[in-house]
Design a protein around this ligand. Structure first.
Ligand code: ARG
Length: 585
């Protein structure tokens, strides 16, 4: 049980002793205090129950306080209109820290009913490059997956690659005009991008070329062997290039079921949708229309044009017989639920696709998949220093690999100046770790829906709310153990806490499990990122106020345990953010 749960039990017992009936016990809560000056935890119990019991809230709070037996644990006081405030005693905090420290999993509470959750993230488009926008999906998706499995869910990470679509007509056209085989080997993603750009430039000006590109696509979809072979190579090469990026980012998937994997399922799916009356013809194409069950302004199948609500169907088959992005997504839901028994599917995708997902989720419900929790985990835009969406000097979307390289260069400067490592090799390794992970941490420390400014120098700095600051905190907490002149065993050690800074650190550390759970309330890694920064700050204050090596006896042992516990929480928490820690910096 967590401390707040223990206190809650005590409040409920006291209410019973006062003969107060609680109609809905779940509403009686003990939460962490909003303002630490007034205590560590607070409860709304007296305020909620005073009125039905016909009592004045403050007087009732006093009565209740008398009856709560928690002398060994905390002091209780009354604040404001009748809040109960609990201030934990130093011994109780010490017990808490000891319990967390002895627990191999840092006392992280597991969910009562584990679910099977498919996380659909990253999903770049083959032959189009993975740009910096994809970083948001990749990093947020990886973090949410790690958090969900940490608390006991079964997580399936699926990279729903965009490996089927109009861009292949273009790439194939350019490929046949002149692919550079040697570049394909050394820099596959760049060469595919060059081909894509070549075709896209050429077809902009020229209707004939546009037609030729379309023809290449039709040939591919009809199974032409030459085009099929080119496509296969494109996908394989992309995969090679992507693996390199995912390696660098410490991201991995359980499956890579791309759009093409659902190709065979699409024709029968559309037939069935028509036969069941779910889809019908619209201007030569096939679409799914509104069920007319909600007001137009809440209906994803309606659009307002010139003050008038018009149909906005979800298209599942094009005029030319091809299938749509949406068709594949319907088939994908079916597969994930039927085959993988998914209870939930999280789509970590740009907010601009919100309309698509609203339609998809509605259609899934109509097809009987209404027990599945489908969530669009949306995110905003990364901005350049000019406050506009991040672009390269040439006006293109920046390539993720280039961004990572730039970050590593920036961090190399900081490492050269500040690091205590000796060899150039170690420094280069550290610069890679700091550079890449600074980009990741910056992503994860912002609210996913906010647009944030991409400022390399700021994110690799040692001061500030940055990855290097956190990594340094970890290294600092560990370094004390290298400075010990003799082996110490802390196993039987008792904790005594006397200083405010010690207690504050323990208080922060004790929140770890709660914080992890909270991330999933609204799919917000930034709650964990911010929490870890708070832990780091509490650690530095402790470290500055409380000498460790120079102290003695129980005090020294206690402080060593606090250093150890801090380093464990930081390492574990950073690992949930997919950020590895160095041992030295
Ligand atoms: N490939 C898509 C894009 O880059 C993202 C796919 C997201 N997942 C999905 N099931 N629709 O925009």
């Amino acid at each position: 049980m967590t401390i707040s749960e223990i206190l809650r039990e005590k409040v409920l017992t006291a209410l019973k002793a006062l003969d107060i009936t609680v109609s809905d016990p779940s509403r009686i809560q003990v939460t962490k205090a909003a303002d630490l000056r007034f205590g560590d935890f607070q409860s709304n119990a007296a305020m909620m129950l005073a009125k039905p019991a016909g009592k004045n809230p403050r007087e009732f709070a006093a009565e209740l306080m008398e009856k709560i037996s928690a002398d060994d644990l905390c002091e209780i006081s009354i604040a404001g209109p009748g809040f109960l405030n609990f201030t934990l005693k130093a011994e109780a905090w010490a017990d808490q820290a000891r319990a967390q420290w002895s627990c191999p999993d840092l006392a992280i509470i597991q969910v009562e009913s584990p679910q099977t959750i498919v996380v659909d993230f990253s999903a770049p488009n083959v032959a189009k490059p993975m740009h910096v926008g994809h970083i948001r999906s990749t990093i947020i998706g990886e973090c949410l997956s790690r958090v969900a499995s940490k608390i006991g869910h079964k997580v399936i990470k699926d990279n729903h690659l965009g490996d089927w679509g109009t861009q292949f007509g273009m790439v194939t056209w350019a490929w046949k005009k002149g692919v550079d085989e040697s570049l394909l080997e050394t820099a596959p993603l760049q060469e595919l991008l060059r081909l894509y750009r070549m075709a896209s430039e050429a077809s902009k000006e020229d209707e004939v070329i546009r037609e030729e590109c379309r023809a290449e696509l039709v040939k591919l979809q009809k199974g032409d062997s030459e085009n099929r072979a080119i496509w296969t190579r494109c996908v394989d090469l992309s995969r090679k290039g992507l693996d390199r990026i995912y390696d660098r980012l410490d991201v991995c998937f359980d499956h890579w079921l791309g759009e093409s994997d659902y190709n065979e399922a699409l024709a029968p799916l559309v037939e069935k949708l028509i036969a069941d009356g779910q889809a019908r013809e619209s201007d030569g194409a096939i679409g799914i229309f509104s069920s007319e069950s909600v007001k137009p302004k809440n209906d994803p199948f309606k659009v307002n044009r010139d003050g008038e609500w018009q149909d906005f169907p979800m298209l599942v088959k094009k005029k030319d017989g091809g299938f749509n992005y949406a068709t594949t997504d319907i088939a994908t839901v079916q597969f994930r639920v039927d085959e993988w028994k998914a209870d939930q599917i999280w789509y970590v995708v740009d907010f601009r696709q919100g309309g698509h997902f609203e339609q998809l989720f509605d259609v899934a419900g109509r097809l009987g998949y209404d027990q599945v929790n489908l969530v669009h985990v949306a995110f905003g835009t990364i901005l350049g220093k000019d406050g506009k969406p991040l672009k390269t000097r040439a006006g293109d979307l920046p390539q993720l690999e280039d961004v990572l390289d730039d970050a590593v260069k920036a961090s190399q400067l900081v490492v050269n100046e500040k690091s205590r490592l000796e060899s150039a090799e170690e420094k280069a390794e550290l610069a890679e770790l700091i550079g890449v992970n600074s980009v990741k941490f910056t992503e994860l420390s912002h609210h996913r829906m906010s647009d944030y400014l991409f400022d390399l120098d700021k994110m690799v700095a040692l001061e500030g709310d940055t990855a290097p600051y956190l990594l340094y905190s970890y290294v600092r907490a560990r370094s004390i153990f290298r400075k010990l002149d003799e082996e110490v065993s802390l196993d039987g050690a008792n904790l005594v806490l006397t200083e405010k800074a010690e207690i504050h650190l323990v208080r922060m550390l004790s929140r770890y499990s709660d914080q992890i759970h909270q991330v999933l309330d609204d799919y917000r890694p930034n709650l964990l990122a911010t929490y870890l920064l708070e832990v780091a700050r509490a650690f530095h204050s402790f470290f500055e106020a409380c000498p460790v090596l120079k102290s003695e006896g129980q005090t020294r042992e206690s402080r060593l345990i606090l250093c150890d516990l801090t380093s464990k929480v930081l390492k574990d928490g950073l690992n949930l953010l997919a950020i590895p820690v160095p041992e030295r910096m």
